[in-house]
Design a protein around this ligand. Structure first.
Ligand code: TLP
Length: 345
């Protein structure tokens, strides 16, 4: 049977044979009692990789972000975030629904606000203004096209945050992609950020799971809030084992996904009606414009499916494709040939 090539997201990867073996062999215990040795090992490894005191395994990135904001922020306060951020667009308004928070939205370049914009948006301490309780950054910035936020820009925001005494959260769903793209380590890239979430279930190839990373006190409170949100899990070492495997084997190889994304982007840019800004392709995500003579993005997506290539539209004139460990070079060539056929009808 002919295979499908799924470029919708790096979330679509399936655990490989060795990862499944690690999962099947995992030692487990009841993690609500803190007694799952594999979860504990994963949490320690994550804390160590980020040079922080502690980490907490959570089922999803969305829950990780929600837990962090709930710990950092009081109801009725504001969270500064970018207009393109996942936390603002794709998390079911959870900051409002679960924690009574209002997003203060900024239009930063490349999906992350500049320090000057942040400074201007922080409310002064006047009793009739909602206090600003957190600044949330995202790296890589997904909907900006997987843009990588360099350390210098983070530092400028951190300086403003420190001066005003406001904590900074990082939605680091793809922070390993950012670090690999910059040729640096996640610990250095994220130093000084108060708490962060990163995902095992995106480019790292695990089936489930994210981690929240921070200080001991922060993680103690995060554990309580995770339970409050229904995220206390039991013999979850089976999933944590996949996470350990992912951290041990799938970080450096993200480089390949980035190279593949560049190749794919260059190929797409040559096709009639597809407008790809190659300057902005910095990691494994490509967001590009679709216009005449190509059909609307929805129709293009349908034609691609008929050719066994899956890519979703983002509105009528935009599309996103994502490279990951389940698509290799040969499959990308097949995908490009399908795009070529589909744009021409
Ligand atoms: N992103 C998914 C979709 O929800 C859009 C994807 O396919 O890219 N932060 C960022 C930056 C994300 O991209 C995502 C997922 C999350 C948080 C949420 O992670 P999950 O899906 O585990 O809740």
């Amino acid at each position: 049977m002919e295979e499908w090539i799924d470029l919708r997201s790096d979330t679509v990867t399936r655990p490989c044979e060795q990862m499944r073996r690690a999962m099947a062999g995992a030692e487990v215990g009841d993690d609500v009692y803190g007694e799952d040795p594999t979860v504990n090992a994963l949490q320690e490894r994550a804390a160590q990789m980020f040079a922080r005191e502690a980490a907490l395994f959570v089922p999803t990135g969305s829950m990780g972000n929600a837990v962090c904001l709930a710990v950092l922020c009081s109801p009725g306060s504001e969270v500064i975030c970018d207009r393109l951020s996942h936390i603002y667009n794709y998390e079911m308004s959870s900051m409002a629904a679960l924690s009574g928070l209002l997003p203060r939205v900024l239009d930063g370049p490349a999906g992350v606000p500049e320090a000057a914009q942040v400074e201007e948006a922080i409310h002064p301490a006047i009793y009739y203004l909602a206090p600003t309780s957190c600044i949330s950054l995202e790296n890589t910035a997904n909907v900006a096209g997987g843009r990588v936020c360099p350390r210098e820009k983070i530092e400028r925001v951190l300086a403003v945050a420190a001066e005003r005494g406001i904590p900074v959260h990082l939605d680091g769903a793809r922070v390993f992609n950012a670090a690999v793209a910059l040729g640096t380590e996640v610990a250095g890239l994220t130093a000084g950020i108060d708490c962060l979430m990163f995902c095992l279930s995106k480019g790292l190839g695990a089936p489930v799971g994210s981690l929240v990373v921070g200080s001991k006190d922060f993680i103690r409170e995060a554990r309580r809030v995770r339970k409050l949100f229904g995220g206390g899990m039991r013999q979850v070492g089976i999933l944590a084992a996949a996470g350990i495997y992912a951290l041990e084997n799938n970080v450096e190889r993200l480089r390949q996904d980035h190279e593949n994304a560049r190749l794919l982007a260059c190929g797409l840019a040559e096709l009639p009606g597809l407008e790809v800004d190659l300057q902005t392709v910095e990691s494994n995500i490509i967001i590009f414009r679709v216009g005449p003579p190509a059909p609307e993005a929805g129709e293009l997506s349908r034609r691609l499916r008929a050719l066994r290539v899956v890519a979703d539209p983002m509105g009528p004139d935009r599309m996103r494709v994502v490279t990951h460990l389940d698509v290799d070079r040969k499959q990308l060539e097949v995908a490009l040939a399908a795009f070529n056929k589909a744009v021409k009808g």
